[in-house]
Every structure is written in C-alpha cells, then in structure tokens.
Design a protein around this ligand. Structure first.
Ligand code: ZN
Length: 314
C-alpha cells in the first residue's frame, strides 16, 4: 500500500483498498423485470431499446457483471416478440446472466404452490435457450416483490422445487426503491419537465448511497464485518440515465463489482433464511432474524416524502 492510498483511506475514514491494492468492498449488481419496466409509457419498444443500451453501456464502462431477471410474459407482444427477445440477447452478448423472475411477475402471496411452480417453469424457457451458448452457468431465481412465501409450508415447498431444478434463490442486501423514483421520473420525462427529472435523478443517487451506507453499517452488526453487498435494481428509464453515475459513486466508496456467484460464495450468504413474511424484506433483515438477533433497522432510509407523493399521484 503506498502513501497516497493510505492517505485516501485515512481521509475517508474507511478502508478503500485491500492489501493487494484492489478496492476492498464488493458488490453484485442485479436487475429485475427484464426486458424493461415501461411504467405507464404508451409505447414499449423505443424506451426498452434505449434503456437496454444505456444500462449495458454503463455496466461495460465499469466492468460490472450483472444478473438480469426476466418476466417472459413481457416478450409476448404481437409483432414485437423478435425485437423484445433481441433485447435479452443484448444482455447475453454483453456477458450477463439471465435469471428467472417468474413468467408474469406472479405474487406468491396470492397464488398456490402449484400455480407458482407453473410460473417458474414457464418463466425460464426463452431465457435458458438464449443462455445456451454460455453453459455452464448458475441458474438464479428471484421471487417477484421478494415474496418468498407467506407460510412456512409454501416457502419450503418452493425452496425444494427450485433446488431440485438447479436454481439458487437470489437475495438482495440493498434495495433502493428505484421503482418509486422511476414512476415520477417517467412522467417528468414525458412532460419534458427536465427540472423535476434532474431533481429526481440527484435524489435517487443520494438515496441509493444512503441505503448502501445503511447496509455497510448493519452488516458488521450481524456478521462481525462488512459482507459483499447485492444491489437490486430494475431495468427502467431511471437506471438507464443514472447507472453510470451510480457506479462511479459506488467506486468512490471503495466498491469493486463482482459476479453474483462471487458475492454468494461469501459465508454470510450461506445463512439459512428461515423468516416467513408477507412482505419482501432485505436479506440482511432475514439473516439477522434467522440468527436469533434483534438489531434495529429503524435507520434503514425511506425515500423523501416529495418523491413518495409523486409516486402516489399515479
Ligand atoms: Zn420484479
């Protein structure tokens, strides 16, 4: 470690680099609801094409691997099937992994075990075909709204079903409410209200860093040290326009972007999640509860009120 690195570490009050000079913190990036969250846009494809290009460009610029979770029902649009599948092919060509997020973004709280199993089977057909050239790779599943089962029986039944088919359940440790910011953002862009759009981008970036700081503070309380974080994002306009800056800011906090495989190889991720809930809390909370701890999550930040108000005006 040279003096400059030591100085940077000292000034910022945190350890930015490990002994080999690599950034010390690790983060895996994940995107949900591929190919694209239109959030009320009247036409899908132009927005989807723009967002896909921008998101993949930002990931490539930062050398960041990612897993994108697909809802294959979104590919079924008359006359657009090929163009929508082509969006997913861009992810594969960029070296990303496609995961299963159920066929139609099914809420496990409101369907039976059998219905949810059908959603899983139907939700991985095209993505697996697209990923054929990238074999072998880990199959990942993420529950929509991270509703992992509102009864013990449902939760365990789906865990067994997924494991038997080679799927790993994907946790997240940082959730930044991007869908809340994105609702107002899409409307502001449609109205060409750049002042509001710009304010939302800034607020979103600040909020994501605040959510990251919370995960950095709470993970050592659970595991004794910071763990690799897993950030959950959505394939939407807001991330298309903010991801490059967001990854810059995370790099300045000492993060290096790693594969989900690498993040999940950390022993913390082997902790059994035994929580049963109707809500979709972060895995930091699930692991904390599963370990019989009682750490306060009161400081986990909420988006600003004005952003929530914009979201509720939908
Ligand atoms: Zn989702």
């Amino acid at each position: 470690m040279n003096m400059k690195i030591l100085l940077v570490s000292f000034i910022s009050g945190m350890i930015l680099f490990d002994q080999s000079g690599k950034p010390a913190r690790k983060m895996a990036i994940t995107f949900d609801d591929l190919p694209y969250v239109s959030a009320g846009r009247p036409v899908y494809l132009p927005g989807a094409q723009r967002a896909t290009k921008a998101i993949l460009h930002a990931l490539r610029t930062h050398g960041a691997p990612a897993v994108g979770f697909v809802n294959e029902s979104k590919l079924q649009a008359r006359g657009e099937e090929k163009s929508r599948i082509a969006l997913l092919r861009q992810w594969v060509d960029a070296g990303m992994i496609l995961g299963n997020h159920t066929y139609s973004h099914s809420d496990f709280n409101t369907v039976t075990i059998e219905q949810f199993q059908e959603e899983i089977v139907k939700g991985g057909i095209i993505t697996r075909r697209l990923m054929e050239s990238n074999q072998p790779y880990q199959l990942y599943f993420r529950h929509p709204m991270t509703h992992t089962g509102d009864t013990q029986m449902k939760k365990e039944a789906i865990e067994h079903f997924l494991a038997a088919r080679g799927y790993k359940v994907t946790p997240h440790t940082i959730e930044n409410s991007d869908f809340i910011f994105n609702a107002g953002y899409v409307r502001a862009r449609m109205k060409r209200d750049e002042a509001t759009a710009s304010k939302l981008r800034e607020s979103y970036l600040d909020f994501t860093i605040a959510a990251t700081e919370f995960a950095e503070r709470v993970s050592p309380q659970i595991f004794g040290h910071e763990i690799p974080q897993t950030l959950m994002l959505h394939a939407n306009d807001l991330n298309a326009d903010c991801l490059n800056e967001l990854l810059d800011r995370l790099e300045r906090r000492g993060y290096r972007f790693v594969t989900l495989d690498e993040a999940m190889a950390n022993p913390a991720y082997q902790t059994k999640d035994s929580t049963v809930s109707r809500t979709g809390p972060t895995w930091l909370w699930r692991w904390m509860k599963s370990m019989g701890l009682n750490i306060s999550f009161r400081d986990d930040p909420e988006p600003p009120q004005w952003v929530l108000d914009l979201f509720n005006q939908r």
